[in-house]
Design a protein around this ligand. Structure first.
Ligand SMILES: Nc1ncnc2c1ncn2[C@@H]1O[C@H](COP(=O)(O)OP(=O)(O)OP(=O)(O)O)[C@@H](O)[C@H]1O
Ligand SMILES: [Mg+2]
Length: 497
């Protein structure tokens, strides 16, 4: 049989001698303090499990299975690992490798005289294939498209975000070594290792999902693995309207912003939908514009033909070869871009983005982590200051006002829904202060019987924002005025009464 390293027979070596698919972390010698902490954490986990809703992501038959099944699986898995040559298996097509594993598992079951039903055997095979060829217990979660994030906190707790809510699942790893194995397999795809000497790692799954791993000793209760699932079908502006993230009129204003080449900064908290919104806005870029995107992890999906996608690179194991966002933005200025789209600004590259916006690359966009448009501007300022530019703060503010036209704020509300809460225009400076003007807002009115927030989007009564000039140039002024007038609720209520 192909891929075999040894014949196994009935007496497979003990578990401790079993070769692992990929090198696992060096054995950890726990100090008494660590043992105490682990016990406390287990107790806490047990308490929390009993008080939390746990989502069962397994098939009903599997959910009903007892501990014995997992022990059997463990024994078969270990025997299998010892009897195949994983490096050869890795070179095979997925289907062929699966067939190979199927044959060997059937042989192990027969040799060990394990009694199992056909369906149990099939499930076991699926589990083992996932462990050997895929990402183990994460596979069923990765296969689902409705999950936004997967968050693994140590081997025993795995959370997912579905429909805006974070929920605990019953997905578990056998032990910490099993979890580390899966982490290792993920990061090895980008040529990295994760272990005690290099415990933090960013990676990407083949489907584009963004992954972060932080391993012990930095993660105290076992490795923490966070996956932002890549959505093949990114949400469109129409879908955001359908989900009430923005009103139809608000969406029209956003469409116009994208179309008239306004420089837009999208601000929002973690997972608030910044990248999604950026992607929506790029849909209105003309086909003949040359667009260059710079991202840490390529998430944007521009539909235009004339797009160059760039991605940063982390340093290698020796700490060399890093390409930062700054390097990318600087380089893309030499590539004759018409628009520059930056996935997320986190540091000194914000200066380069502002310069790009200021120097004839109208319609450039980027996202930034902040909780309000005002905070976004002060974060931008402090990022530039921290970047080591010895510019007076007034100069930085002037630069901000002359570069950015509009800040769009995204938020994830406490009921899990995502809303666009502000469309705010930057008008200029008054003394040392940046003057802004809200054009579109989201008001929370109350809460319905299911605990979902009720609110409405409205314009603030300004029908001629500063960028109306731009809109006129692109023949969109009438549409802009109409959208803003239509959503001026105060005026409508006055007319109605
Ligand atoms: N308006 C929305 N309605 C429903 N789901 C949304 C909405 N916007 C985004 N999402 C979903 O929320 C998840 C997070 O979105 P996104 O990646 O755009 O957030 P982000 O703010 O860029 O996050 P990060 O800070 O991690 O970069 C995705 O799965 C996305 O599909
Ligand atoms: Mg993002």
């Amino acid at each position: 049989m192909f891929g075999k390293r040894t014949s196994f027979g009935g007496n497979t070596p003990g578990v401790s001698e079993v070769a692992r698919p990929i090198p696992s972390a060096p054995p950890r010698v726990d100090t008494p303090a660590q043992i105490k902490r682990a016990a406390e954490s287990d107790a806490m986990a047990a308490r929390m499990r009993s008080s939390e809703d746990v989502i069962d992501v397994r098939a009903p038959a599997e959910a009903a299975r007892d501990k014995e099944y997992f022990q059997t699986k463990s024994a078969i898995f270990n025997a299998l690992i010892d009897s195949i040559d994983l490096s050869q298996l890795a070179t095979m097509e997925q289907d062929a490798a699966r067939e190979e594993i199927r044959d060997i598992v059937a042989e192990i079951i027969a040799l060990k005289s394990i009694i199992m039903s056909i369906s149990e055997q099939e499930d076991l095979l699926e589990d083992i294939c996932n462990d050997v060829l895929g990402y183990g217990p994460l596979e069923p979660l990765l296969a689902r498209d409705d999950i936004a994030d997967i968050m693994v906190n140590g081997s025993q707790r795995c959370y997912i975000e579905v429909a805006g809510k974070v929920k605990l699942t019953n997905v578990r790893f056998r032990d910490d070594a099993h979890l580390m194995n899966v982490c290792q397999r993920i990061v090895s795809q980008v040529g990295r290792r994760v272990d005690e000497s290099s415990p933090i790692c960013d990676a990407r799954l083949p489907d584009g999902s963004r992954v972060n791993v932080i391993a012990p000793p930095l993660a105290i209760d076992g490795a923490a693995l966070t996956i932002r699932k890549f959505k093949k079908d990114k949400l469109t502006l129409q879908q955001l309207v359908k989900y009430n993230s923005i009103s139809p009129e608000g969406a029209e204003v956003l469409r116009i912003l994208g179309r008239v080449r306004a420089n837009v900064l999208i601000s929002g908290g973690t997972g608030s939908g910044k990248t999604t919104l950026l992607n929506c806005l790029t849909a209105f870029i003309e086909k003949d514009e040359r667009v260059i995107t710079c991202e840490d992890s390529a998430e944007l999906q521009l539909q235009q033909p004339h797009v160059v996608r760039l991605e940063t690179r982390p340093p290698n194991l020796e700490g060399e070869g890093e390409i930062t966002m700054r390097d990318l933005i600087k380089n893309c200025l030499r590539m004759r871009p018409e628009r520059i789209i930056v996935g997320e600004v986190r540091g000194p590259e914000s200066f380069d983005l502002l310069q790009a916006m200021n120097t004839g690359h109208d319609g450039s966009m980027g996202t930034l982590h902040a909780n309000s448009p005002r905070e976004a501007l002060s974060r931008l300022e402090s990022m530039i200051t921290m970047g080591g530019y010895s510019l007076p703060s007034r100069t930085i503010r002037e630069m901000i006002t002359s570069s950015i036209d509009v800040v769009v704020q995204a938020a994830r509300l406490r009921d899990g829904s995502r809303r666009i809460t502000h469309i705010t225009e930057i008008l200029g400076m008054e003394g040392d202060v940046i003057v802004t003007q809200d054009i579109f807002l989201y008001d929370i009115i109350g809460e319905d019987s299911n605990g979902m927030l009720v609110g409405r989007h409205r314009s603030t009564g300004i029908t001629k924002p500063q960028f109306a000039e731009r809109a006129r140039y692109f023949n969109e002024e009438a549409n802009l005025v109409e959208a803003l007038e239509k959503s001026n609720t105060e005026q409508r209520e006055l007319l109605d009464s």
